[in-house]
Design a protein around this ligand. Structure first.
Ligand SMILES: [Zn+2]
Length: 134
């Protein structure tokens, strides 16, 4: 395996490597990825792209959790019968904070999709519930 030239990677590729690299096996490569990313985000345009990618993948991960939570708790059925509960937030979202600034997220539901927003970062993302039908 030839040594990867991380400085030629896009931010998206770098984040992907950072997430998937075997850190135990390639500690110096992992560090190199961190270093390249750190120098890349000194440019505000890159920083915006970087933050958006982080926020988006964070929300996509929440979507996966949300599917499981809803299946486990039969959440859609419960909310169907309760207007009060329909306004509640599933446990998936509790204690979650913005992956960028760690401040509280503003989570709202509209037409079966969840909008996750951080006012501080001026970032928002919508995820649809994947419902399980019986
Ligand atoms: Zn934030």
């Amino acid at each position: 395996m030839s040594r990867p030239n991380f400085s030629s990677y896009t931010i998206e590729e770098l984040l992907d490597c950072k997430q998937n690299i075997d850190r135990e096996r390639w500690p110096e490569r992992y560090q190199e990825i961190l270093d390249v990313l750190a120098s890349r985000v000194e440019d505000p345009t890159n920083k915006a792209e970087h933050d958006e990618l982080i926020f988006t993948s964070f929300c996509e991960e929440l979507r996966d959790d949300l599917t499981i939570t809803i299946d486990d708790n039969l959440w859609p059925i419960i909310t169907f019968f309760s207007k009060r509960l329909r306004r509640s937030v599933p446990s998936t979202f509790l204690d979650e904070v913005c992956p960028i600034c760690a401040s509280e997220l503003n989570i709202t539901q509209r037409f079966g999709s969840w909008n996750i927003a951080c006012e501080k970062c001026d970032m928002s993302y919508s995820i649809c519930e994947r419902r399980a039908y019986f």
